[in-house]
Design a protein around this ligand. Structure first.
Ligand code: UDP
Length: 149
């Protein structure tokens, strides 16, 4: 008899998670990583670093030319971030679900941004975390932040 489990049918996927400078400064790194692990995902790489302009320009290439691009880069280089490669079944979608919608004010309770995010009234949305939005983005972003992987 052949049985198939959903775990076997769903190949592990990887995503890039960043705890942004506001999350690190507010001491929420552990809480973010706790939620990631509590959902059953595996942290396969982890590093704290302060990103430079070149890395951020590539990371946010799709947003170049938008009004929030310059303030976003300035915010992202304002302090250390914690970068992680997280693995699990459908983790790209799953982490974005954990994170909640972009604006913390409207993010659902139970999500990282909904529970912990604040509306700072700044020109850039300081929303604690980043998660890749597609398999293509995940591969590109993991290559940027963890070239040795
Ligand atoms: N952002 C912003 N203003 C906007 C849209 C985005 O400051 O009008 C910032 C915000 O920090 C967001 C990041 O740019 O997380 C990347 O935007 P994206 O639309 O990819 O949102 P995300 O996928 O992070 O929810």
């Amino acid at each position: 008899m052949t049985t198939t489990s959903s775990a076997a049918a769903t190949p592990a996927e990887r995503t890039l998670v960043l705890v942004k400078p506001d999350g690190v400064a507010r001491g929420l790194t552990g809480e973010v990583l706790r939620r990631v692990e509590a959902k059953g995902y595996r942290i396969v790489a982890l590093e704290m670093r302060t990103a430079d302009d070149a890395l951020l320009a590539e990371h946010y290439a799709e947003h170049q030319g938008k009004p929030f691009f310059a303030p976003l880069v300035e915010f992202m280089r304002s302090g250390p971030v914690v970068a992680a490669v997280v693995e699990g079944g459908r983790v790209i979608e799953g982490f974005r679900s954990l994170a909640g919608t972009t604006e913390p004010t409207g993010a659902a309770p139970g999500t990282i941004r909904g529970d912990l995010g604040r509306d700072w009234g700044t020109s850039v949305v300081q929303n604690l975390v980043h998660g890749s939005d597609s398999p293509e983005s995940a591969a590109r972003e993991i290559g940027l932040w963890f070239p040795a992987l």
